[in-house]
Design a protein around this ligand. Structure first.
Ligand SMILES: Cc1cc2nc3c(=O)[nH]c(=O)nc-3n(C[C@H](O)[C@H](O)[C@H](O)COP(=O)(O)O)c2cc1C
Length: 171
């Protein structure tokens, strides 16, 4: 069996140290094309992605998540959910925007890993400040920030994960 996906899933890990070199535009375009192809509930594609690489934008996003390692990234993707465009399940009104954006965001991280780039999901940021600094429309919720850059660290330690027996049950 071709283990391509397992290899990529192993390759992707949270990178918290970046080299001070830019990411090629072609690579960002390839990554965002992989994001664009993500599935979403009822194909609503309720998302918007801001690529932040200008000095002003970088300074702004760094204020939203004030960590030394985070500042090293040459580019950030601000992943937003559009709650007006998303599918709400009729039987109970459940909003699927977060799920859709999460899938697209992981496409981003996996595609970046394929390109030899590091990423890290960041959700522990100041969302209110982010809305204000980037003047997000009311329907857009900033869900995650993903720094993207060339890793400046050694290969990752083995994944610490629950076993299959712990997370899976055959019925
Ligand atoms: C939804 C989500 C939110 C996360 N938020 C943060 C964060 O704010 N800061 C951070 O350093 N890592 C964050 N992470 C990274 C996790 O800590 C990391 O994925 C987890 O420890 C597993 O490690 P790995 O990504 O290297 O496999 C987040 C991950 C996910 C999926």
């Amino acid at each position: 069996m071709n283990k391509f996906f397992a290899t990529l899933a192993q390759e992707r890990h949270s990178v918290r140290a970046y080299k001070p070199i830019p990411v090629e535009d072609e690579k960002m375009t390839y990554i965002m094309e992989c994001v664009r192809l993500s599935p979403s509930a009822v194909n609503r594609q309720p998302w918007k992605f801001y690529l932040l690489s200008s000095p002003q934008a970088r300074t702004g996003i760094q204020r939203c998540y004030d960590r030394p390692w985070f500042q090293q990234a040459p580019v950030y993707v601000l992943c937003c959910a559009d709650h007006e465009a998303s599918w709400h399940r009729p039987c109970d009104g459940k909003d699927h925007a977060d799920i859709d954006v999460a899938i697209a965001t992981e496409h981003l991280c996996l595609a970046a890993a394929e390109c030899g780039l590091g990423t890290c999901w960041v959700c522990n940021f100041d969302a209110a400040l982010c809305r204000e600094l980037f003047r997000l429309p009311a329907s857009l919720e900033p869900v995650a920030i993903v720094p993207v850059g060339y890793p400046a660290e050694e290969t990752p330690k083995p994944r610490q994960r629950k076993t299959l027996d712990e997370i899976m049950e055959r019925l």
